[in-house]
Design a protein around this ligand. Structure first.
Ligand SMILES: Cc1cc2nc3c(=O)[nH]c(=O)nc-3n(C[C@H](O)[C@H](O)[C@H](O)COP(=O)(O)OP(=O)(O)OC[C@H]3O[C@@H](n4cnc5c(N)ncnc54)[C@H](O)[C@@H]3O)c2cc1C
Length: 174
């Protein structure tokens, strides 16, 4: 039992949606869908980390919503579920298991959340000059073996940085 007063988590999550809506609202009628998307993402990213979820395990999009351009959200959700299940199985004490789960998932989620955030204006963007640079450079640069390997590694969904990968099961080996 927590000694802190009860909070309504749903209302706090409504604040996240509200921040996204307020950000995007400034772009209503200005004919710039990409800027409105970006403003919504920025609002969401600013408020979601401030929602403290004590005593509740939140996995999947609810824990780390991001823009869909990388096409990896479901992979991350599955990795969360797998990590949580194995961590709970390998720890007798719940109070030790949950921090171990958070530690196991931190780098993986942080990398893809950040990547998704910086790539939002690049993918599916008509913004000039970003859209032009993307259309001109992605094809030729993507054929370079090193870059191609990086892009494949990103899309496989296992990275924690360009040089490191998430190793499933590290939590249960602790
Ligand atoms: C346009 C788009 C394209 C995408 N493409 C890809 C892709 O190619 N590859 C990929 O891996 N990921 C992709 N994703 C991301 C992926 O869909 C999500 O990351 C994933 O579905 C999240 O799973 P989840 O279980 O966390 O949440 P959800 O799938 O959102 O499930 C949450 C469930 O909870 C229910 N719910 C909500 N509130 C309540 C309530 N109060 N009571 C009861 N039930 C409730 C909802 O109805 C929903 O069924 C895409 C997302 C979008 C938006």
């Amino acid at each position: 039992m927590s000694s802190t007063p009860d909070r309504n988590l749903a209302l706090e999550l409504v604040r996240v949606t509200e921040a996204a809506a307020l950000g995007a609202a400034r772009w209503i009628g200005r004919g710039d869908k990409e800027a409105a998307d970006q403003a919504a993402v920025d609002g969401m990213h600013a408020v979601l980390p401030t929602v403290h979820m004590d005593g509740i395990v939140v996995i999947g999009d609810a824990a780390h919503a991001m823009s869909p351009q990388l096409g990896l959200g479901a992979n991350l959700c599955l990795a969360d579920a797998w990590s949580l299940a194995t961590t709970l199985r390998s720890h007798v004490d719940l109070h030790a298991a949950l921090p171990a789960y958070v530690a196991d998932r931190r780098a993986h989620i942080r990398w893809y959340t950040w990547l998704s955030r910086i790539m939002t204006p690049v993918f599916q963007s008509d913004l000039v000059p970003i859209g032009w640079a993307r259309d001109a450079l992605f094809g030729p640069i993507g054929r370079l073996p090193q870059v191609r390997r990086q892009l494949v590694e990103i899309e496989l969904g296992g990275q924690t940085s360009p040089w490191t990968t998430w190793s499933p099961g590290t939590a249960c080996r602790r």
